[in-house]
Design a protein around this ligand. Structure first.
Ligand SMILES: CC(C)(COP(=O)(O)OP(=O)(O)OC[C@H]1O[C@@H](n2cnc3c(N)ncnc32)[C@H](O)[C@@H]1OP(=O)(O)O)[C@@H](O)C(=O)NCCC(=O)NCCS
Length: 148
């Protein structure tokens, strides 16, 4: 199993994995944009099969996690934790101060992952998802760096 950056040949598999794990998947165009603009996409590859990914961005000393997903058939085997811990180590190594993310209030599985990896709930955005129907919880991971 390897963690590696996104290349053009991954786009179809990435669109399919996003569609299988995300209630509001990105369009193929958005994924193509992420490739062209070199957005922070990290892939988990098992012998040529895409089984997980993270998408994150950085501004000054803060990073934001936009997406994290593991193939439904491979969930609950520690792969989400591997992806998140790998990202946290990279950000820490680059001296960033914190990682932020928003998660649906009803997504208790992802919240358990975040809490287990050291995330703290620091806010709640009322009605943030689905035109007011679901709140977002805001998580912060303190990394300790001071990159500018
Ligand atoms: C969230 C997600 C990435 C977790 O990936 P995963 O590989 O299944 O997670 P892991 O196996 O590494 O789980 C690590 C820990 O997180 C918690 N956890 C993960 N999924 C859970 C679930 N469905 N229910 C309860 N706890 C869960 C557990 O504490 C777990 O440890 P344990 O298995 O030893 O009990 C995966 O469920 C997924 O892709 N979901 C759909 C996309 C999504 O919701 N992304 C987050 C919002 S962008």
């Amino acid at each position: 199993m390897t963690l590696r950056p996104l290349v053009a040949d991954d786009l179809d598999a990435l669109v399919a994995l996003d569609a299988a794990t995300n209630p509001h998947p990105w369009s193929a165009g958005l994924w193509r944009d992420a490739l062209v603009r070199d957005h922070g996409v990290g892939l988990l590859d098992d012998d040529g099969q895409l089984i997980g990914f993270t998408v994150s961005s950085r501004v000054l000393d803060e990073a934001e996690l936009q997406l994290i997903a593991v193939s439904p058939a491979r969930q609950r085997r520690g792969l989400g934790r591997l992806l998140l811990n790998t990202l946290l180590s990279e950000l820490r190594g680059d001296g960033l101060a914190r990682l932020l993310l928003e998660v649906r209030a009803g997504n208790t599985g992802a919240q358990a992952l975040y809490a287990g990896c050291g995330g703290d709930v620091v806010g709640r955005r009322k009605g943030y998802y689905d035109h007011g129907r679901e709140d977002a919880l805001l998580y912060t991971f303190t990394l300790g760096g001071d990159a500018q």
